[in-house]
Write a protein that binds this ligand. Sequence first.
Ligand code: EPZ
Length: 438
Amino acid sequence: MGLIAVQSPINTRSLQNPQLNISGGRRLSGELQVSGAKNSALVLMAACLLTRDTIKLKNVPPLTDIAAMSEMLISLGGQVRSVGDALELTGDSINTSTAPYELVNSLRASFFCIGPLLARTGMAKVPLPGGCQIGTRPVVEHVKGLKAMGAQVTIEHGIVTAVVPGRGHRLTGGRIHMDCPSVGATETLMMAAALADGETVIDNAALEPEVIDLAGLLIAMGARVRGAGTPTITIEGVDQLHGAEYAVIPDRIEAGTFLLAAAITRSHLRVTPVISEHLGAVLTKLEEAGCTLNHDGIGLTIKADQINAVDLRTQPFPGFPTDLQAPFMSLLATARGTSMVTENIFENRLQHVGELQRMGAAIRMQGNTAFVEGVTSLSGAPVQGSDLRAAAAMVLAGLSADGITSVRGLEYLDRGYANFEGKLNAAGASIERVSSAA
Ligand code: EPZ
């Protein structure tokens, strides 16, 4: 039985061609509430396929990506029940190992299912997630790792077919050295290894907090995982995993976006909850830019008056996160001095430069580096978000700009930010979600 799929948030269902109209120049105050982490919740949901029992995930953000992942799990025979801000997921009746093309195509993260499906059933047919606006998004490391665990993997007609040959169709532990610290590959291989026969060692693993969060859930389910958060993760496979109850970590990228909303409006406000260790590089850059930050053990108070130029280079964690490069660039477009922003992670994640230039930003491009010369003020204009973080960056720019900024691309924004304008309006912003002329 499928179950109640998680409903998409209300604000994405009712308007045709929605856009946000932002009246800029207002100071913000009070508090901005951070939801659960999208990039953790999605992979934790996939982990429910590893057990016949029920997993209860708390602090799940109400996002369209979460609704899409729920649909994916239900299409595989899983059950998903929405209980307040929690999801109850049960994988006892997985009735297929084939993930539908249209669901994987709409949500890259659903490719995560290949690891648990293979570990659970010995077989998985999952469409290649394909590229997106920010890059080609390969899955080379994911496939390489599954092969190292004994899977036979072929890619034909855009479908990745993985099979575990032999009796019992059980993966065997192996040693995997990743060429790059891919977050998704690390998480996929951790889930596959959890039920493998023997020990798996993943070298050059991603260090992101979401990887540590996945390890926390797997351990709560009875898995034997050591070293999450270090470059070498060791997983001792077990015969089966059991249900668990687990709370998703706060979304560090949403928290960083809210801190930047405060900085770009030169405001004094509190963002909560924030785990400082998840945002070290970002907090350092905010202080370098002139912000005052104080953590009270749960939330972070930020005060911004004069903002100075800083240089950013995106790196894997604990370096500066690529997901906050665009929002931070909006801030730097209004800073005193010239900043250098280099995007090292994705090959096409500077499309927001053109949109910021439309608002009067003075930016010069040189390869994957943007030289951002701060201007006294941006001017409101109609702009487009090309991916979810670029859309958020345009909203931040609109908060600061003179006049009205209309931001399209909400189908991206709503993937990663729950009630974005509602939270900002509660802190003093003036943002309206309307239908734009077709
Ligand atoms: C995760 O994507 C996040 N998504 C992304 O967040 C985030 O930007 C990214 O990690 C980097 O931190 C989720 O967790 C759902 P990667 P993922 O594999 O796992 C290259 C957002 O805005 N690479 O670590 O797909 C790849 O091309 C999204 O919330 C290979 O070369 O990222 C990219 O340049 C966007 N070969 C870099 O590594 C591979 O086999 C990082 O990719 C795999 C990846």
